[in-house]
Write a protein that binds this ligand. Structure first.
Ligand code: SF4
Length: 303
């Protein structure tokens, strides 16, 4: 029996469901029950009735969110070191300091934050619904973290003032994309449509035909009449895009745009995780209760 078959067998025996983020390795995406971005996977985790174990192939904050939303289920993160560096950039002290300086501003935090940060905000958002979440407030000035590029993009879209916390939080992987690379690719593929994630810089957004989350990129590529796409986000998404659109061509805007944390999950580690039921994600109840409210408020916003 090969490793894939062993994982499938173990998954059935243990009543486990495997969720994989769009940036995971192709073989992890192929074995997963569901693939998606953070909001799609959070919804799946909430709707999952049968499974007793959720194996979350992604990074720490996503598995934490699944544990917060599913307090009765065992949530496993296959690799302990799979941490999102952007989420680590926003400390509890930073949030407290910003709240003291802007006591009347609501706090909206990207889901790419640790549970203790989520517990301190009014509502969470993802890159797929950030514009709608910000528009759900009457306030014109809002504290927003930790991604400064996403804050800038949402401010452009909503006309509101978003104060970034921390001052410059960023995704190291999306920072790698540069407009010059798109220019070169456009010379080779003049008809290609450029899709870019809002975590990219404003310079990248300016050369894009479409700006959106990974779930929105997948929808856009499927519905578009275009046959070629230059993609400005982590390269793992190309596996899903190519599978869903076999008649279309996709080129990553920068070949080395790899999130090392997302790639820590391998089939071997997934197997070990299921077999030994490790690493169980636990969030202290008091923190989980407050963070759950922030996530639930996000789900109430129509996007
Ligand atoms: S791609 Fe960026 S935001 Fe996403 S997990 Fe990796 S470092 Fe974090």
């Amino acid at each position: 029996m090969n490793l894939t078959d062993k994982i499938v067998k173990l998954k059935q025996e243990k009543k486990a469901v495997i969720l994989a983020h769009n940036y995971q390795r192709p073989e992890i995406q192929d074995i997963a029950d569901y693939i998606g971005d953070s909001i799609e996977l959070s919804r799946k985790a909430m709707q999952e009735k049968e499974a007793e174990i959720i194996v979350f192939c992604a990074v720490d904050f996503m598995a934490e969110s699944a544990a917060i939303l599913n307090p009765t289920k065992k949530v496993l993160l296959p690799t302990l070191g799979a941490r999102c560096p952007m989420a680590q950039m926003l400390t509890d002290e930073e949030i407290k300091r910003a709240k003291t300086q802007h006591p009347n501003a609501p706090v909206v935090l990207y889901v790419n934050t640790l549970a203790s940060a989520k517990a301190q905000c009014d509502v969470c958002c993802t890159s797929a619904n950030a514009v709608e979440v910000i528009n759900s407030f009457d306030a014109e000035t809002i504290l927003f973290g930790p991604d400064r590029n996403l804050a800038e993009y949402v401010a452009e879209k909503t006309g509101k003032t978003l104060i970034p916390i921390p001052e410059y939080g960023f995704c190291p992987t999306h920072l790698l994309f540069q407009p010059e690379d798109v220019t070169v690719l456009k010379l080779q593929h003049p008809n290609a449509v450029v899709m870019v994630h809002p975590e990219c810089s404003s310079e990248m957004r300016r050369v894009a035909d479409f700006v959106g989350s990974t779930s929105k990129m997948c929808r856009y590529a499927s519905e578009s009449k275009a046959k070629e796409f230059i993609v400005g986000t982590e390269e793992g998404i190309l596996h899903r895009l190519r599978k869903e659109n076999p008649d279309k061509k996709f080129y990553v805007a920068y070949g080395d745009a790899v999130c090392p944390n997302m790639k820590l999950t391998t089939l071997d580690r997934l197997y070990a995780s299921l077999k030994e039921e490790k690493y169980v994600v636990k969030v202290p109840e008091n923190t989980a209760r407050k963070a759950r409210k922030s996530l639930e408020r996000m789900f109430q916003v129509k996007a």
